[in-house]
Design a protein around this ligand. Structure first.
Ligand code: CP
Length: 292
């Protein structure tokens, strides 16, 4: 079974082999290969996406696979069909792997016990977003050479962040030191991670900003965008204090002027667009693993 449901239970060697295979694909930039010719991959997004959805599609097409794009908004989900029946329907038509993004937590793990084809988690609730963390690790490894001993600050709405969780699980396997910095009402209390002040967080090698996930907030969680930026935003003034070797990351989409200032998105120390670029070889490696 070549599913990828999360990084919490995936071994370090397995993660490393995905990163290495992504490096291979990055070094083989032919637009289209034929290795997965005749295989069918279905992208099933029950929650909105731009980067993940399209980079999976690009990755699948670059591998030579046939791609089916399912969109909940124009499907029989609108008539009340369940997630299980939807995935089972596509499986019965002969897909070889399913890439799934879901809002509710726990549904993907249950689906994986009932569906025979490999499933890839493209983000489930605030649980995990393994391919995002893989591309984040890949970006860090590319810049620093090694993840061992790296100090990574993850700043912002940790409570609602599957990106923070997957990064935490994976980075710790490689000996990186992870700290969180969050407003009091956006902490993930169940995770055993040190919380530090903004001043302390900015001393890290990697400054990873998180999106304020308004769509997952209960009403009143965010007092005001201005106040959030003042206390937890990466402002131009704060960015001037980070180390010269440090990099700025963000999974995107970005709330410009809230968690990060507009001018910093394409700052020389920012890796935000390179993260998106790295998403393609990472997803090629993950899809190839599932379809092989
Ligand atoms: N980073 C990320 O998952 O972006 P999308 O929601 O656009 O896929």
């Amino acid at each position: 079974q070549r599913s990828l449901l999360g990084l919490k239970d995936l071994g370090k060697d397995e993660i490393e082999s995905i990163l290495d295979r992504a490096a291979y694909w990055e070094q083989h930039p032919n637009k289209v290969h034929t290795v997965m010719q005749g295989k069918f991959a279905a992208n099933m997004f029950f929650e909105n996406s731009t980067r993940t959805r399209f980079s999976f599609e690009v990755a699948e097409k670059r591998l030579g696979a046939e791609v089916l794009n399912f969109s909940a908004a124009v499907s029989s989900v609108q008539k009340g069909e369940s997630i299980y029946d939807t995935v089972r329907t596509l499986e019965s038509m002969g897909i070889d792997a399913g890439i799934i993004r879901l809002k509710p937590i726990g549904v993907l793990a249950e689906l994986a016990t009932k569906i025979k084809v490999p499933l890839i988690n493209a983000g489930d609730g605030n649980n995990e977003h393994p391919t995002q963390a893989l591309l984040d690790l890949y970006t860090m490894r590319k810049h620093f050479g090694s993840l061992n001993g790296l100090n990574v600050s993850i700043i912002g709405d940790v409570l609602h962040s599957r990106v923070a969780r997957s990064n935490l699980y994976a980075l710790r396997k490689f000996g990186a030191n992870v700290s969180f910095c969050s407003p009091g009402n956006m902490k993930a209390e169940e995770l055993d991670v040190p919380y530090v002040s903004m001043e302390e967080a900015l001393k890290a090698d990697v400054i990873m900003m998180l999106r304020v996930q308004l769509e997952r907030h209960e009403s009143g969680m965010l007092n005001s965008a201005e106040s959030y930026r003042e206390h937890f935003g990466l402002t131009v003034e704060r960015a001037a204090k980070i180390a010269e070797h440090a990099i700025i990351m963000h999974p995107a989409p970005i709330n410009r002027g809230v968690e990060i200032d507009d001018e910093l998105v394409e700052h020389p120390q920012s890796r935000i667009f390179p993260q998106m670029e790295n998403g393609v070889p990472i997803r090629m490696a993950v899809v190839e693993r599932a379809l092989s």
